[in-house]
Design a protein around this ligand. Structure first.
Ligand code: ADP
Ligand code: ZN
Length: 750
C-alpha cells in the first residue's frame, strides 16, 4: 500500500487491552464469514479479556469467536445470548487483535471473515489429544508373578524401554518386533506402566551455533543494518538484490539475531509448492526444519503448527500468505521473500495483498519487516523514496552475484526479422543457441507462460471456438491429460475432432502454443535431447517438485520447458540458456501492471541462467522489439524502467499516486445484475476528488456461471476511499442473489 497512515487511521477498537473487562456484556466476533461483531452476555467468573477465544451460539450453531471488548449496548441485555465457554488458551496478543480489526477496516471485509482465517483450525482450540505411552515400572519388580514368564518378546520390550524410556504401543511393536497383545498383557501383569501424555511432539529449537557462508562485502553491509534493527521496533526494509546475490543468506542473519532474542519469525514465500530447496537451506543453517504453514499440510499438521505458534514454541514459521493469520506471541521479524509476486494478492473470499498486510502487522507488532526481491514492485520502489516520494522503506542493495562473475546477457530476437517456420514457435537463432548448449552438455530453459497444449481450439470450416459453458473463456487443450479445460473455473470436457457447431469432420484446429505444444516442437527438432515440462499440470505436489529439481540438478534433463513455475527461485548450476518464447504475452490486456509484471517475470526467468561460474544468456522472442519493456530488459536498465513506469502512473493519476478500489457485482441471473447496477448508479455519491467509473459489464462478463459487472472507484490520496464506499454501498439494498465483492487496490481488472 502506498500509505500506511490510512490503514492505521481507521477507527480501531482500542480497548484498554491489559485489563480485565468488567462489563456484563462483550462484543465478540464469531469466526464465521460475512458477519461482524455481536454482543453476548459474559460468562460467570472472571470476564474474558480482549483477544480471549470463546464459544458462542450463532443461529443454531456453536462457533468459536474472539472477544473484542465491552458490548456495544445496541441490543438490550435480555435479548442477548450468553458466551457458552471460554477456551483454555491464552488470549490472542493485543497487537494481533488490532491487526484483525485494522485489516477488516482496510480491506472492507467483514470481521468474521478475518476471524475465520485466524481460527481456521477449530481443533487447535481444544486441548491437544492425549496418547498412551508405556514405560518400565521403577523399580523393575525383581520377582515376576508365578504365571508370567519373561519370554524373548517381553525381554526385547524391556531392553528397548531401558534404552529409550517411554514409547507409544505402535512404536514399541515396530522397534521390538512384538504384537500389541504382548504389550497389553505386560501392562496387565505390572511389567509395564502406562501414562497419558500430550500427543504433540515438541518443536525442535533452531540452532544458533552453525556458521553461515562468509558474507560478501555487500551482504555484510546489509546484514549489519538488519541485525541492528532486530528488537528496535517497526522498520521496513527493501532488500533489493539481483538474482543470485545471496538475499536469503542476508535475511538469515536477521533471523538468527531474532532467534537469539527468543523471538518468533514469520517468513512468507509466494509459491509454497516449490520450497523444498529453501527448506534444505534453512535446515543447513539452523539445524532443524522450520515450522511450515500451507494448504498441503494436513489437518493434524495445521492443528499442531497453530498450537506451536500460539505457545511460542514454533520459532520460525515459513508459509504462504495465510501464515499471516497465525497467533504469534512474540513476533520479532517478518520477511516477505519475492515481495513483487502477484501470488501475494488473494483474490477470493477476503481480497487482500499479503505483502501489504504483512507491513501492517509488523507495524502493529512493532517489529522489523524485510521485503526481498530482485525486481521490486513499483509500490515498494516508490516507498524507498527513490522517486522523490516520502521514504517509508530503507533500501539495502546487493548489486552483484555471489558466484557468477556477471549477470546473464539478454538478447532480443526480432520475430519480424527472423520468424520461426510456419506452425513452429522457436526462431532460428534460439534453435541454434539451444543446439549449442546441447553440444556443450549444458542445460536450456524454454519459458512459455501458458499451460496445456493450445490456448484456443477452433473449427477450420466455420470458425466456431471451443468455449467454457460457465465462463466467458476459451477451453484450453490439455493433450497429455486428453482433456479440454477452463483455466478460470476448472470445467473439463472431452476433446472432439468434429465441430459441434457445423458438424465438420476432423475440422478442429489448435491455435497458438502452450508448453505441451512446445514440447512437441522440441521433440521434433532435438530428437536426442532429454526434456521435461514444468507446469502446475505436470508437477503438482511438493514431492514431485523436489524430484523434478533434483533430476535437473543431477543433469538428467537437457531442456526444461516451463511456465512461470520455472521462473522462481530455482538454482540450476548447469543452466546457461533461457529462451523466452513469447515475450509479448504478458503485455496484452493492458491492465495497470501489465508492463511491470512482464518485466518482473522476464527478469526473474532470465536470472535462472548462468548462476554458477559459467556465463548465462537469455534470449527473448518478440514482435515488439522497441517496446519499453523489451528495451529495458535488453539494456539491463531496471531502475530506469521502474522510474518510467512510476512516471506513467503518476501522469495517469493511478496507484500508488491515487487510491483505487473495484466493486464486483455478480449474480446467476442477468436481470438481477442489471437491477443491482441500476441501484448503484442511482445512488452514486459525488465527492470532491473521487471518480466512479461504471457499473459496466466486466471484461470477463460471465464467470463460474455468474454474470458480472464492475465499478472502479478512484480517489485522491487524501480521500479515505473506504469511507466513501461504505457510505455508498452501505445504503443500497441489493437483490439477495447479487453478491458484491470489494477489492481495495485491485490487481485483476477482469
Ligand atoms: P538470491 O535469493 O539473491 O537469488 P541466494 O540467496 O539464493 O540468492 O544465493 C544464491 C546462491 O549463492 C546460493 O546457492 C547460496 O547458497 C549462495 N551464497 C549466498 N551467499 C553466499 C556467500 N556469501 N558465499 C558463498 N555462497 C553464497
Ligand atoms: Zn469456466
Amino acid at each position: 500500500m502506498a500509505d500506511h497512515r490510512n490503514i492505521d487511521g481507521g477507527k480501531g477498537n482500542m480497548a484498554d487491552q491489559g485489563s480485565l473487562l468488567s462489563t456484563a456484556t462483550l462484543q465478540i466476533v464469531p469466526a464465521v464469514p460475512l458477519v461482524n461483531g455481536f454482543d453476548y452476555l459474559a460468562p460467570p467468573g472472571d470476564p474474558p479479556r480482549r483477544g480471549s477465544i470463546v464459544m458462542v451460539p450463532l443461529g443454531q450453531r456453536l462457533v468459536p469467536g474472539i472477544v473484542l471488548g465491552p458490548g456495544s449496548g445496541e441490543v438490550p441485555q435480555h435479548k442477548l445470548k450468553a458466551v457458552t465457554s471460554v477456551a483454555r488458551l491464552a488470549p490472542l496478543e493485543p497487537a494481533f487483535v488490532d491487526f484483525i480489526e485494522k485489516m477488516a477496516s482496510w480491506t472492507m471485509a467483514p470481521l468474521g471473515s478475518i476471524a475465520k482465517m485466524v481460527l481456521s483450525q477449530p481443533k487447535a482450540l481444544l486441548p491437544p489429544p492425549l496418547q498412551t505411552v508405556y514405560r518400565l515400572p521403577d523399580p523393575l519388580p525383581d520377582r515376576l508373578p508365578d504365571h508370567t514368564k519373561l519370554t524373548k518378546a517381553r525381554q526385547r520390550v524391556v531392553a528397548l524401554l531401558q534404552d529409550v524410556g517411554s514409547l507409544p504401543s505402535p512404536d514399541i511393536q515396530k522397534l521390538a518386533g512384538v504384537s500389541g497383545s504382548v504389550i497389553t498383557t505386560m501392562a496387565q501383569h505390572g511389567l509395564l506402566q502406562s501414562e497419558q501424555i500430550a500427543a504433540d511432539p515438541p518443536v525442535m529449537l533452531p540452532r544458533l551455533d552453525i556458521d553461515g557462508a562468509e558474507l560478501t562485502e555487500d551482504q555484510e553491509a546489509a546484514a549489519v543494518v538488519l541485525r541492528a534493527a532486530i528488537g528496535n521496533g517497526y522498520n521496513a526494509f527493501l532488500l533489493d538484490g539481483v538474482t543470485g546475490s545471496g538475499k536469503t543468506e542476508v535475511y538469515f542473519e536477521a533471523v538468527r539475531t531474532a532467534l537469539a532474542r527468543d523471538q518468533q519469525i514469520l517468513i512468507l514465500l509466494p509459491e509454497i509448492a516449490l520450497t523444498a530447496s529453501w527448506r534444505d537451506r534453512f535446515a543447513l543453517r539452523f539445524g532443524v526444519a522450520p515450522t511450515e504453514w500451507h494448504s498441503d499440510l494436513g489437518e493434524a499438521g495445521k492443528r499442531r503448527a497453530w498450537r506451536a505458534v500460539h505457545r511460542g514454541d514454533a520459532r520460525v514459521v515459513v508459509g504462504a500468505r495465510s501464515a499471516l493469520f497465525l497467533p504469534f506471541v512474540s513476533l520479532g521479524l517478518i520477511v516477505v521473500d519475492e515481495e513483487h509476486e502477484h501470488a501475494f494478492k488473494q483474490e477470493d473470499q477476503v481480497i487482500y495483498q499479503a505483502r501489504d498486510m504483512a507491513v501492517l502487522r509488523a507495524r502493529l507488532e512493532g517489529c522489523p519487516i524485510v521485503l526481498a526481491s530482485a525486481t521490486p514492485s513499483l509500490e515498494s520502489w516508490v516507498n524507498t523514496g527513490m522517486t522523490g516520494e516520502p521514504q517509508r522503506y530503507q533500501r539495502l542493495v546487493l548489486a552483484h552475484r555471489v558466484k557468477a562473475a556477471t549477470m546473464p546477457d539478454i538478447i532480443g530476437i526480432d520475430l519480424r526479422a527472423t520468424p520461426p517456420e510456419r506452425g513452429r514457435w522457436l526462431a532460428p537463432p534460439l534453435v541454434e543457441a539451444v543446439q549449442a548448449r546441447l553440444d556443450a552438455g549444458e542445460q536450456s530453459l524454454l519459458f512459455l507462460n501458458r499451460r496445456g497444449y493450445a490456448p484456443l481450439t477452433l473449427c477450420g470450416l466455420c470458425g466456431d471456438q471451443v468455449t467454457c459453458p460457465n465462463c466467458d473463456s476459451w477451453m484450453v487443450a490439455h493433450r497429455l491429460k486428453g482433456r479440454m479445460r477452463c483455466h478460470y473455473c476448472g470445467h473439463e470436457a472431452r476433446p472432439t475432432t468434429n465441430c459441434q457447431s457445423c458438424g465438420g469432420e476432423d475440422s478442429m484446429r489448435a491455435c497458438g502454443p502452450g508448453v505441451e505444444r512446445l514440447a512437441e516442437e522440441v521433440l521434433l527438432r532435438f530428437p536426442d535431447a532429454r526434456f521435461a515440462v514444468l507446469s502446475s499440470d505436470t508437477v503438482t505436489t511438493p514431492q514431485a517438485s523436489e524430484l523434478f529439481l533434483k533430476s535437473v540438478i543431477d543433469g538428467e534433463v537437457d531442456i526444461i520447458i516451463g511456465t512461470q513455475m520455472a521462473a522462481k527461485g530455482h538454482h540450476f548450476p548447469n543452466l546457461t540458456l533461457v529462451g523466452i518464447v513469447d515475450a509479448d504475452l504478458g503485455l496484452a490486456g493492458g491492465d495497470l501492471r501489465a508492463a511491470e509484471r512482464s518485466f518482473q517475470m522476464m527478469m526473474q526467468v532470465a536470472g535462472r541462467a548462468g548462476r554458477e561460474s559459467r556465463p548465462g544468456v537469455a534470449m527473448l522472442q518478440t514482435t515488439q522489439i522497441a517496446n519499453p519493456v523489451m528495451t529495458a530488459l535488453l539494456s539491463g536498465q531496471r531502475d530506469a524502467f521502474l522510474d518510467s513506469e512510476v512516471a506513467a502512473r503518476q501522469a495517469a493519476a493511478m496507484p500508488p499516486f491515487s487510491r483505487l478500489a473495484a466493486l464486483i457485482l455478480s449474480a446467476p441471473d442477468e436481470q438481477r445484475l442489471h437491477e443491482a447496477g441500476r441501484a448503484l448508479t442511482l445512488t452514486k455519491p459525488h465527492f470532491e476528488g473521487v471518480d466512479i467509473m461504471g457499473p459496466t459489464a466486466a471484461p470477463l462478463s460471465f464467470l463460474r456461471g455468474k454474470y458480472r459487472a464492475r465499478v472502479l472507484v478512484r480517489a485522491k490520496k487524501t480521500v479515505d476511499i473506504q469511507t466513501v464506499i461504505r457510505s455508498w454501498v452501505g445504503n443500497v439494498k441489493l437483490p439477495s442473489s447479487v453478491r458484491l465483492h470489494i477489492d481495495i487496490d485491485p490487481y485483476s481488472f477482469l
